[in-house]
Design a protein around this ligand. Structure first.
Ligand code: GRF
Length: 210
């Protein structure tokens, strides 16, 4: 077991309901500590959630500059918080290797579908339009290919006849709010292992019995 709580930096862009699930379920409960919340936009509800919980915040926007330049600043801001894990929880901006290479195997993303189905924007709408019976939630390693890294946790969510985007979003959010804290707890317990021989494979290690 690693010593002390896992230091987590959460990257957000909007409502921050998944950040809230981390604040409520894992922050300051021994396993993990949210050290910093970074937003790609100012004045979003996610920042207010962090402030209410007494968590330091920063805004690092793209704002007309090159992505690499923004990502170099972002890497510095995040590195200063000394994270063991970086969680993209509704971060709505493409990250380049300039950021991702600074935190190898320590950046995870949340996506509202069973990847590789429906990557990119509007995954929930895409699932409804396609007419699938199940969609779901994926927590995966973030890589330069958007929504392309290997899965750590996945859970199917049924699509009911007559669902609109709002109804399906609510069902998916409820699962996200369970899986994101679970992923952080698994990292904190040192139970997530990316196979060095085949980096597409992720092993969830069993709980160690004393
Ligand atoms: C979630 O659906 C997540 O899967 C996607 O963006 C959404 C963020 O929601 N990447 P919130 O800001 O956590 O409420």
């Amino acid at each position: 077991m690693p010593e002390g709580p896992l230091r987590v930096v959460v990257l957000v862009s909007g409502s921050g309901s998944n950040l809230q699930s981390l604040i409520d379920e894992v922050h300051g409960r021994g396993a993990a500590e949210i050290a910093l919340v970074v937003s790609s936009k100012g004045d979003v509800p996610a920042l207010a959630r962090a402030e209410r919980a007494g968590i330091p915040t920063a805004v690092v926007a793209l704002a007309g500059r090159a992505r690499e330049e923004r990502d170099a600043e972002l890497a510095d801001v995040v590195a200063a918080a000394e994270p063991g894990l970086v969680v993209l929880a509704g971060w709505m901006s493409i990250l380049t290797g300039t950021f991702l290479d600074a935190f190898p195997d320590r950046v995870i993303n949340l996506h509202p579908s069973l990847l590789p189905a429906f990557p990119g924007l509007h995954a929930i709408r895409q699932a409804l339009e396609w007419g699938v019976r199940y969609t779901g939630v994926t927590v995966h390693y973030a890589e330069e290919v958007v929504d392309g890294g290997p899965a750590i946790l996945q859970e199917p969510v049924p699509v009911m006849y007559g669902d609109d985007e709002e109804a399906l979003t609510a069902r998916i959010r409820a699962v996200e709010h369970r899986l994101v804290p679970e992923a952080v707890r698994l990292f904190s317990a040192g139970r997530v292992r990316r196979d060095p021989a085949d980096r597409r494979k992720v092993q969830i290690l069993p709980v160690e019995v004393e």
